[in-house]
Design a protein around this ligand. Structure first.
Ligand code: HDE
Length: 690
């Protein structure tokens, strides 16, 4: 047995010992080679296992501790590595190195759902976390945001209540990952400040088609600070290059059965195949005078700044280009901290943000079990770092010398004195005078404009397409219909909605079959704001097939030429063509050749795709008319408003599935042109909307 020293490239060239030389051998954690990994040590072939079996005990001991506490919120997530490139010069606004034009910064991004546990599904109706760690040359900057620009509450003191109410109920431990239950709506109906966020949550924003087709937002107002110390207010936005896309509710429910890992798989496969997801980083910059002139408070996280009032300026591009090597080591152990901020960026006094500044550090200590969690490779800065914090659990660094205090004069005596303060580069909190009202009496209080809970909820609703408004009304009806035991809750919620929009309130009351309750008294009367197109998904979709998945159903007898032509057209449009046949082994085509399928019909329903083509012969159609999964394939694609391209021979299958002629139902030639969009006009014909 020889020991050799190898370089571990993932760890900055650190030296590691690996037993066994070029052919690694199994060892214990302490390097002792293991001779038998199949049998525990026993006293005789049928005798008891011996306590001295350190190989067995170490292995089981480690296994017993493989899980760490899951995140109390955002437990289920998917992460990826990437790069951020600054594309615009904003030195007049911020001195942050990460924004210097042309600068490339490594990043790690973790997307998440909020309410469900780590093993829950990817597609509940839920907010998505969008957390980005920038490993900048001046330390880590974590922009820990969501896919919705506002939040449920205005003050951090309400966060535990929100989370307790939305997560599974305390006694019965369900539902696992959704807000459609008593305690959430009990709480929400008593918290008018959540109304704006509820509008977003009940919209298709919480049903993203892919993590790649959703926006991200920093949510809070932050500050940018330039080299002269001048501060400006800023809101951060992530704009997906593929435009916005969402699924419809029925499809989302069925996706939970078809693929629990729908988003995780989609992200992994996109990166794995080189279709790197991209977002542009945008900023809305404004000053104190603008802030004071608005009918809302910019420090209130339940409010947004309409893009029509302050346009979003794009200043850089994020590209996710590398999957993780190990889910636990990276995605699970990554520790985001809103307190990770770098010179050139600063906090505002948003009381929700201020509360977060304490919470995350504490959480990481309890989750990762040590204050040294910053040394885990995924969390460690890529720039040099050093201070006099010492020891603690899992200290993996070996500081040398005596300098563990400051100031010291050890250098004068020829010893290493350790790191020093950097007066020039150091982070300096921006002068209060350039910001918000930072001083005053000590009070448990909110600013006046925080009392307006409805104006922006109304703005959001009125900025949606007719179809999107119907989805919102239907979602409220669905969710409130799940409030089983507390009969006062739905009327209380509808009473709040009357302050948003009378028509919405009426639709929800009708959908629930209850009388329209009296309007709730508003803490502050709402005002009308100009509608904003940026708030609608449908107005921000891209007419492209790039990055989409197209399901192509074929069977024995399918015309080889027709099938090849559809696949070629789909791939030419930069979409992924997925072949589906009754047997995954494939089917025999018209020319006698065998074509392998990517998925078997029974386990590959149409909800997994953005559009479907059905390429069948008379023979294949006849066989599939008896196959429920084939009829359902067409029926759901139609019901989920997708384009369906079909060969002439497949017509009887479409008829049986109730597919009616419209612009989205085409022959194979017209399919690709139709496939890049959904046919929302079809919706009133396929389901009852509130
Ligand atoms: Fe979080 N939040 N949060 N949050 N949050 C956590 O930190 C918390 C809030 C967000 O992928 C936790 O590491 C408090 C707003 C994301 O690892 C915890 C308050 C926004 C993630 C925590 C908020 C977020 C978290 C759980 C109110 C959008 C996942 C595990 C004061 C701007 C990050 C963890 C990841 C995670 C606390 C409010 C986004 C417990 C106390 C507002 C994306 O520390």
């Amino acid at each position: 047995m020889t020991d050799s020293t190898t370089r571990n490239p993932g760890n900055g060239g650190e030296t590691h010992q690996r037993a066994g030389g070029d052919v690694p051998v199994l060892t214990t954690n302490h390097g002792v080679p293991i001779g038998d990994n199949q049998n525990s040590l026993k006293s005789g072939a049928r005798g008891p296992t011996l306590l001295e079996d350190f190989v067995l005990r170490e292995k089981i001991f480690h296994f017993d501790h493989e899980r760490i506490p899951e995140r109390i919120v955002h437990a289920r997530g998917s992460g990826a590595h990437g790069v951020f490139e600054a594309t615009d010069d904003i030195a007049d606004l911020s001195k942050a190195a990460v924004f210097a034009k042309g600068e490339k910064t490594e990043v790690f991004v973790r997307f998440s759902t909020v309410a469900g546990g780590a093993g829950s599904v990817d597609t509940p109706r839920d907010v998505r976390g969008f957390a980005v760690k920038f490993y900048t040359s001046e330390g880590n900057w974590d922009l820990v945001g969501n896919n919705i620009p506002v939040f449920f509450i205005q003050d951090a003191i309400k966060f535990p209540d929100l989370v307790h109410a939305v997560k599974m109920e305390a006694d019965r431990a369900y539902p696992q990952a959704g807000s459609a239950h008593d305690t959430f709506w009990d709480w929400a109906s008593l918290m008018p400040e959540s109304t704006h966020m509820l509008m977003w949550a009940m919209s298709d924003r919480t049903l993203p088609r892919s993590l790649r087709t959703m926006e991200g937002f920093g949510v809070h107002t932050f500050k940018l600070v330039n080299a002269e110390g001048k501060a400006s207010f800023v809101k951060f936005h992530w704009k997906p290059r593929l435009g916005l896309q969402s699924t419809v509710w029925d499809e989302t429910l069925k996706l939970q059965a078809a693929d629990n890992d729908y988003h995780r798989r989609d992200l992994w496969e996109a990166i794995d195949t080189g279709a790197f997801p991209q977002w542009d980083l945008g900023i809305q910059v404004f000053d104190e005078a603008f802030a004071r002139a608005q009918p809302y408070d910019v420090l209130d996280a339940t409010k947004l700044i309409p893009e029509e009032d302050v346009p979003v300026r794009l200043i850089g591009t994020l590209t996710l280009n590398r999957n993780v090597d190990n889910f636990f080591a990276e995605t699970e152990q990554v520790a985001f901290l809103p307190t990770n901020i770098v010179p050139g960026i600063d906090f505002s006094n948003d009381p929700l943000l201020q509360g977060r500044l304490f919470s995350y550090l504490d959480t990481q200590n309890s989750r990762l079990g040590t204050t040294n969690f910053h040394q885990i490779p995924i969390n460690a800065p890529r720039c040099p770092f050093g201070n006099f914090q010492r020891d603690g659990k899992m200290q993996t660094q070996v500081p040398k010398g005596r300098a563990n205090y400051e100031p010291n004069s050890l250098a004068e005596h020829g010893e290493d004195g350790g790191p020093r303060e950097s007066v020039e580069r150091g982070f300096a909190t921006v002068n209060a005078a350039t910001g918000d009202d930072e001083q005053g009496d000590k009070l448990r209080i909110r600013a006046d404009l925080f009392a307006d809970h409805y104006s922006q909820a109304r703005l959001f609703y009125r900025s949606q397409t007719e179809n999107e408004q119907a989805h919102i009304a239907s979602s409220f009806v669905f969710e409130l219909s799940k409030v089983g035991l507390l009969d006062k809750v739905p009327p209380r919620m509808v009473a709040n909605l009357r302050n948003v929009d009378e028509d919405l309130a009426k639709r929800v009351a009708d959908g629930l079959g209850i009388d329209l309750p009296e309007k709730a008294a508003a803490a502050r009367e709402p005002v009308d704001m100009d509608a904003s197109d940026a708030l609608s998904i449908q107005k921000n979709m891209k007419d492209t097939l790039e990055g989409r998945a197209i399901g192509i159903l074929f069977a024995d007898g399918t015309d080889a030429g027709e099938l090849d032509a559809v696949v070629a057209a789909v791939e030419a449009a930069e979409a992924k063509a997925v072949l589906i046949a009754p047997k995954v082994g494939g089917a025999t085509l018209s020319d006698g050749s065998m074509r392998k399928a990517d998925g078997q019909l029974a386990g590959t329903p149409s909800q997994l795709f953005d559009a479907v083509a059905i390429v069948l012969s008379d023979q294949g159609t006849k066989a599939l008319l008896k196959e429920g999964a084939a009829v359902q394939f067409a029926m759901d694609a139609f019901g989920h408003l997708k384009a369906i391209g079909a060969s002439a021979a497949a017509k009887p299958l479409l008829d049986k599935a109730g597919v009616e002629a419209d612009a989205g139902v085409t022959d194979l030639d017209g399919f690709v042109a139709a496939a890049s969009r959904r046919f929302y006009d079809r919706e009133p014909g396929v389901r009852t909307l509130a």
